[in-house]
Every structure is written in structure tokens, then in C-alpha cells.
Design a protein. Structure first.
Length: 343
């Protein structure tokens, strides 16, 4: 009569259970970890936006970040009994210790990673005060926050935060971080064009960013704002963190036209005046590119002779389109911020 061989490894359950959270990694993160020099991963969450317990409070959630991607962490309950085990030696009484598999934790849920769909631009708009220029005066409220501090509280990777920061043309100073209004962009761009013309700097070729920023600062605009605009308009192969700039032709033409329309805050613009001003705000070699096809989908015609930014209702008061020079009070923007901060 055949006998059945008794095999297998004994299993035991530890009296004191440990607490583990199991994280399931997607293939692309596993590939990063397996690289010879894996990048640093981080876990981030958004700062609380309202007092806990209020109906306006936004629940914070955690994200796992690579240098340029973010994954939302979600807890998923499991119906199976999932044990975490480790090898051990156990003995009963005077028996010889034998190898066993000891369950040291029972996990009833796992953490899964899902690619985040959050918008860096939308999140930055929520936290950055607007740097505006109204009738020649700077209107901005310092927040005392640095760019690095803002990124730390964003539930996105630093790479995604930086991309959104560049798109918004956000900038930081000693007083805080800001997002420029269309009026501010229109004013600073007019000063950039004037400085380039006065200094003989061709914007369609490589130039020292600091040369333009220094000249524009004399018109009352903070250098970080000028640098942010130049970084946004730079060609794709430009190192935006380097000392040199070179503007992209299509980006610059579209930006200039859009900034002019947006600075009107929904007010109509005579088409003839708009196109003339648009041409005047471009480098000489790009003037003929000032055509409506460059800003397709961004405008509408209230009448046969007028144009305005698409989908924007006029707001009062209607500000100038950037042709008015900054008032002396605006030139001392840093002093204005200091006074606001000391109130």
C-alpha cells in the first residue's frame, strides 16, 4: 500500500502583529527603480485650503512623484487575506527548532497608484496672487511665499509644477510669488520691445537675458517678471535656466496679439487699431506676421469693425492697452510691497 509523503513548511502567526501598507507599483515606476541611478521619489500633498471641518475644506490626498510625473495614491480594500510573512525558527518545549513561515502582519487593503490628472496651472492660479497694473499703478498683494515653498505644497511633481509656472509666466521676488495679469504682461512686453530697440538687441537671435531685464527694470518692472516672459517665449531648444534667451517666432507673435486683447478686459478694439498696435509691438522682422490666423480661436467680432478677446465680458473701468507709461508709484513697486507688508 502506497504511503503519501508529508511535505510542506509549517506556518505560524505571530502573537504581536505589525502594521504594513502594501504599495503596488506600476511598470513605469518599477523601471525607474531598476535603473543604475534611480531618481529620487517623493510623496507630496496639497496644503489645507480651509479650516478642517468646514464645508469649504478640500480633502488632502497624497501623490507619489517622480521628477516629472505624479501618481495619486488610492487605498483599495481586498476580500482576500493577504499575509506578510518572514522565515523564522520555532521550537515547542524541548523540541529542536524547525524552520517555519511566520505571518507578522495581515493586510486588508493595498495602495494603488493612478496617474494624476490634476492641472498645475489651475492649482497655481488658486495660490498665486495677481500682479496687476491698473492705470499705470501696480496692484498686487504680497504673499511672502517662495516658488520652492509653493511647489512643496503642490500635489504634483516638481517638473509638472515648473511647466505650469512657465506657462503662467509666474515669478517670485523678495516679497512673494505672483501671476501677472494680462495688463501687466502687455506693459512689460511693451518695455521689452522698447529696450531691445534702444539697446540694439535682436530678439530673434541669442541675447543675454540680463541685458533686457536690467533695461526693463528701469521702466518699473521687476526683473523676475521680465525673465518669466522671456522664458515662456523662448524657443524649445533654449535652456530656460541659463543666461541666454532666444524667442520663438510663432509663440511671440501669438502672445503679443493675445496680450493686447486680454489687456482690454473684454472691451472692444477697432480692428485697424488692433493690428497696427500688434505690429508695433513685434520685432521689425516679424511685423508682417501680425495676422488674425496667428491667434485663431482667441477672438470674436462684436461688429464688422471691432474685435475683442473671445468669451470675455467688458469690465469697468476699461484699462489702457499698455500704451500708458507706468506712474512713478509703479516704478517703486518694491517700496509699495514693503509698505503693504508692514501694515
Amino acid at each position: 500500500m502506497a504511503t503519501q509523503h508529508q511535505g510542506g513548511l509549517p506556518v505560524s502567526i505571530a502573537h504581536q502583529q505589525q502594521h504594513f501598507r502594501l504599495l503596488e507599483l506600476p511598470p513605469e515606476i518599477v523601471e525607474l527603480i531598476d535603473k543604475p541611478n534611480p531618481p529620487l521619489l517623493s510623496i507630496k500633498s496639497q496644503a489645507a485650503s480651509a479650516a478642517t471641518g468646514t464645508h469649504n475644506a478640500k480633502p488632502a490626498y497624497a501623490v507619489l512623484c517622480t521628477p516629472d510625473k505624479s501618481f495619486q495614491v488610492r487605498q483599495v480594500q481586498t476580500s482576500n487575506s493577504l499575509f506578510v510573512t518572514q522565515p523564522a525558527l520555532e521550537a515547542h518545549g524541548n523540541e529542536i527548532p524547525i524552520p517555519v513561515t511566520r505571518a507578522i502582519a495581515l493586510c486588508s487593503s493595498t495602495l494603488e497608484l493612478h496617474a494624476s490628472s490634476a492641472s498645475a496651472i489651475a492649482l497655481l492660479r488658486e495660490v498665486l496672487p495677481v500682479y496687476d497694473i491698473v492705470a499705470g499703478d501696480v496692484d498686487a498683494t504680497p504673499n511672502g511665499m517662495t516658488k520652492a515653498g509653493i511647489f512643496n505644497d503642490m500635489p504634483l511633481s516638481d517638473g509638472e509644477c515648473q511647466a505650469g509656472w512657465t506657462q503662467l509666466m509666474a515669478f517670485d521676488t523678495d516679497e512673494g510669488s505672483y501671476q501677472p495679469s494680462p495688463s501687466a504682461l502687455s506693459h512689460v512686453w511693451r518695455s521689452i520691445i522698447a529696450a531691445a530697440l534702444a539697446e540694439g538687441i535682436p530678439l530673434d537671435k541669442q541675447f543675454m537675458t540680463s541685458d533686457i531685464a536690467t533695461a526693463v527694470a528701469e521702466e518699473g518692472h521687476p526683473s523676475p517678471l521680465t525673465q518669466a516672459v522671456l522664458a515662456y517665449l523662448a524657443t524649445d531648444d533654449t535652456d530656460r535656466s541659463g543666461p541666454w534667451s532666444c524667442l520663438d517666432r510663432a509663440k511671440t507673435v501669438a502672445f503679443t496679439g493675445k496680450a493686447l486683447l486680454d489687456a482690454r478686459r473684454g472691451a472692444d478694439f477697432l480692428i485697424a487699431d488692433f493690428t497696427d498696435t500688434w505690429e508695433d509691438r513685434l520685432p521689425e522682422v516679424w511685423r508682417k506676421d501680425a495676422k488674425l490666423t496667428a491667434i485663431e480661436g482667441l477672438y470674436e467680432f462684436p461688429s464688422d469693425t471691432t474685435i475683442k478677446a473671445k468669451g470675455k465680458a467688458a469690465s469697468a473701468p476699461v484699462v489702457d492697452n499698455g500704451t500708458t507709461a507706468l506712474k512713478p508709484s509703479a516704478r517703486k513697486w518694491h517700496e509699495k510691497f514693503a509698505k503693504t507688508r508692514n501694515k
